[in-house]
Design a protein around this ligand. Structure first.
Ligand SMILES: O=C(O)CCC(=O)C(=O)O
Length: 279
């Protein structure tokens, strides 16, 4: 018996590689999360960026709590079973009227993870529409051979290396995953996906949470970390991340530094250039 998703939603995810929308937070709850993020940005005097965007659950207690939200984990358990690690959490912020985009890519090529059932849950903190640059997916592409990619390092591309699928993607076959604030989409990390610039007057803010079964392995980096968010981990392939007791808990901030350095090496493996972008 599934915990949250319908049998149809699960079947759709398996054959198409994605499903949306899944309602997670009410309007008041999601506004509270947006306020917390924006309070941090106001304190920093700039939008969240660089290392702060990744493994951010180690920096913000409220994000560690969100990563363990019962409804999110029920949906993930319906798709990958009860023993669940969260490998990464990444903020994706496109400012109002910003040219920033995400080119067509497949994440499994870059994360060094031997985890064909790795799921990205993407939760909207603000309206994600076609105009604001919501994500698009190419249905079924997670079941095919990984596509070749080029590194473009384009300045407006939000991805680590501006990685882009080297063959033409037939846009007529793609699906736009528009979300209201508080709704979530899920996609398999092998699916081809992308998003366009933000032509709206509001910021487009989302958090991606990357969940995988505990049997998964890191095969590129010598060391990697993950948070056990549900069930038991009898494999111990990843160093368990500390649970912050408050925002900017010194113990988890120190761990974050080590985890981000390891992630940087994994994401830039084989690249000809390196920047501070990670995503
Ligand atoms: O937020 C976006 O537009 C893209 C996010 C993405 O590529 C991902 O979550 O895998």
């Amino acid at each position: 018996m599934p915990k949250l998703l319908s049998e149809d939603a699960i079947a759709h995810y398996r054959h198409a590689g994605y499903f949306f929308p899944v309602p997670i937070l009410c309007a008041e709850e999601v506004a509270g999360f947006r306020r917390r993020l924006e309070a941090f940005e106001a304190q920093q005097g700039q939008p969240i960026q660089g290392g702060h965007r990744n493994k951010s659950h180690l920096l913000f207690k409220w994000l560690d709590d969100l990563m363990r939200h019962r409804r999110i984990l029920d949906a993930i358990e319906d798709l990958i079973g009860p023993d669940i690690l969260c490998w990464n959490t990444i903020f994706w912020v496109k400012e109002a009227r910003s040219p920033n985009y995400v080119s067509w890519h497949q994440d499994l090529n870059y994360w060094g993870l031997d985890a064909p059932d790795l799921i990205t849950a993407w939760l909207a903190f603000s309206p994600a529409t076609v105009a604001s640059g919501c994500m698009h997916v190419l249905p079924g592409s997670h079941t095919e051979k990984p596509l070749p990619h080029d590194d473009t390092f384009h300045q407006d591309n939000m991805l680590t290396r501006g990685q882009e699928i080297a063959v033409e993607v037939d846009e007529s076959k793609t699906v736009a995953m528009a979300l209201e604030p508080g709704e979530m989409s899920v996609h398999n990390a092998g699916i081809a996906h992308a998003s366009g610039p933000n032509t709206s007057d509001d910021r487009r803010i989302g958090i991606s949470l990357h969940y995988m079964p505990t049997r998964s392995r890191q095969v590129v980096g010598a060391w990697d970390s993950a948070a056990l968010v549900r069930g038991a981990d009898r494999y111990r392939h990843f160093e368990p991340t500390p649970v912050p007791t408050c925002d900017m808990d010194p113990v988890s901030v120190a761990f974050h530094g080590k985890a981000i350095a390891a992630l940087h090496d994994i994401l830039y493996q084989g690249a000809e250039q390196q920047t501070s972008r990670m995503g």
